[in-house]
Write a protein that binds this ligand. Structure first.
Ligand code: G6P
Length: 471
């Protein structure tokens, strides 16, 4: 019997030490839920970084705990975390892939560690994998892994999905190790992205950098065919829908209503990242208050920023910039009984998020670049009363599907300002009609649908390839 092996940089659990004992905290993330139907079955397994720097002496205890959940850890030491994770993944690839090329660092040592850590993942995969297994690798931290596994297990089925954008060739070509990265990815049988634009950009980079041929969305390389396609990722929509009716969430909403009464809430939720357009969003909100004094005490922004990658200078700088701008806006407009912005720099349990999503009148999602953006979909799945307005950046992959949102260019302050005013003034019937359509899309094309179409296509391309070779 063949098994399925999922590989990603992080495991779908958080490991924390409490009272001298390691505890596993299950991730609420969509990927963890969607792939749960796969890795939890039989001999299937999910391989990934345990997410913290573990003492050598504790590794056996953690490995055992994880094994019971069909999880298999890769341990990274502090130099690997610094050079592979913070360095090459998040100071080289992340800024280039999000069109922030001036932030990118091209350090040889980062590249050396990126290769050696991809090798480390390969070793763990090869301890488990057998010919005939299906291996599904995720995201930009592991671009070299498909080819490394292909060399060791030439006939195995390898799928790769990239969760962040793939940039245009003009950006991608800046990376000194661009050919090696493409060769790494092309070890796969199927490469998936969220949008057709990403597919187009990848294929164009591959044909310009490497001596390969293409036919439609298939790349021919070394007598192998690699299919490149778009699979827009969904969320666990039913979970977000159903949560809004639970006692815990109803209580959360009740507390909000008591504190803020009928103030209109503009919601903003992100991981701390310069790709998310948080500053631009704040500037647009500032303009709304400065040009419409009637809104004072009638609207407020609830902004959650989840701490992330705080060893990287640009993330620390961004946090300081947000602190300053929020302080500035609050000090200029606040009244004794009202705050324009309620800003939280921490993470919250899913029940709190659900309460906020379902109470929020507007959700403002304005990334400068985003592979998909799942917050926009979580908001829609939580609007069971079919009201609420989504304002969404055209730079998010989700904007290709969520066309009933108010779509904005986050670089256009005037357009963002007008979108917020339009959302605040939108007639109830229009809100409902837009939200009904949005909900149809999000509820139907959920995470389970995404997993199924990727896995079905992976099986199909492999069968096709087998019969081609048999001829
Ligand atoms: C993005 C990436 C993921 C990553 C996540 C959190 O969504 O696509 O691969 O896991 O950000 O970032 P972190 O660096 O904390 O893993």
């Amino acid at each position: 019997m063949s098994k399925t092996i999922i590989v990603s940089n992080r495991l779908p659990v958080r490991i924390a030490k409490e009272n001298d004992e390691y505890q596993l905290k299950v991730s609420e993330g969509g990927l963890a839920t969607g792939l749960g139907s796969i890795y939890k079955q039989g001999d299937n397994v999910w391989i990934g970084w345990a997410g913290l720097d573990v003492d050598k002496g504790d590794e056996a205890e953690i490995t055992n705990k994880l094994k019971q959940e069909n999880l298999c850890p890769v341990y990274l030491d502090p130099e690997e975390i610094q050079n592979y994770y913070e360095g090459f993944s998040n100071e080289t690839l992340w800024p280039i892939f999000h069109y922030m090329s001036t932030y990118a660092q091209y350090e040889q040592v980062y590249w050396d560690y990126y290769q050696s850590v991809n090798e480390k993942f390969k070793k763990v995969v090869l301890e488990i994998a057998e010919p005939g297994d299906i291996i599904w690798i995720h995201d930009y931290q592991l671009l070299l892994l498909p080819q490394m596994i292909r060399e060791a297990l030439p006939n195995t089925t390898i799928g790769f999905f990239q969760h962040i954008p793939f940039p245009s060739y003009e950006l991608f070509r800046l990376i000194p190790w661009r050919a090696e990265l493409l060769n790494g990815m092309l070890g796969s049988d199927l490469i998936g992205f969220h949008t057709y634009d990403d597919v187009r950009h990848f294929t164009s980079s591959a044909t310009r950098v490497l001596p390969i041929q293409t036919t439609a969305n298939v790349i021919h390389k070394d007598d192998r065919n690699i299919t490149i396609d778009a699979f827009p990722m969904g969320i666990d929509a039913k979970k977000f829908n159903d949560l809004t009716h639970t006692e815990a969430v109803l209580q959360e909403k009740e507390v909000y209503n008591q504190i803020i009464g009928d103030t209109k809430i503009i919601l903003s939720i992100d991981r701390l990242d310069y790709s998310k357009g948080i500053i631009q969003r704040l500037l647009a909100f500032d303009k709304v208050l400065s040009e419409n004094p009637d809104y004072i005490e009638k609207i407020s922004m609830h902004m959650i920023v989840v701490p992330s990658r705080d060893n990287i200078p640009q993330y620390r700088d961004l946090r300081d910039d947000i602190d300053k701008l929020v302080g500035n806006i609050n000090s200029r407009y606040r009244t004794p009984s009202w705050h324009p912005i309620h800003y939280f720099y921490r993470s919250f349990p899913i029940e709190t998020l659900s309460g906020l999503y379902s109470r929020a009148d507007i959700c403002l999602v304005t990334p400068m670049r985003d592979g998909m953006n799942l917050v926009s979909k979580e908001y829609i799945a939580s609007k069971t009363d079919e009201t609420g307005v989504l304002i969404l950046s055209e730079m998010a992959g989700a904007s290709k599907e969520l066309i009933e949102a108010i779509i904005v260019n986050p670089n256009n302050l005037g357009e963002m300002y007008r979108a917020i005013v339009q959302a605040l003034e939108m007639p109830e019937e229009e809100k409902i009609s837009r939200m009904k359509n949005l909900r149809e899309t999000v509820m139907k094309f959920d995470i389970n649908h995404w997993v199924k179409i990727f896995m079905d296509q992976l099986a199909a391309v492999k069968n096709h390839e087998k019969s081609r070779r048999a001829k």
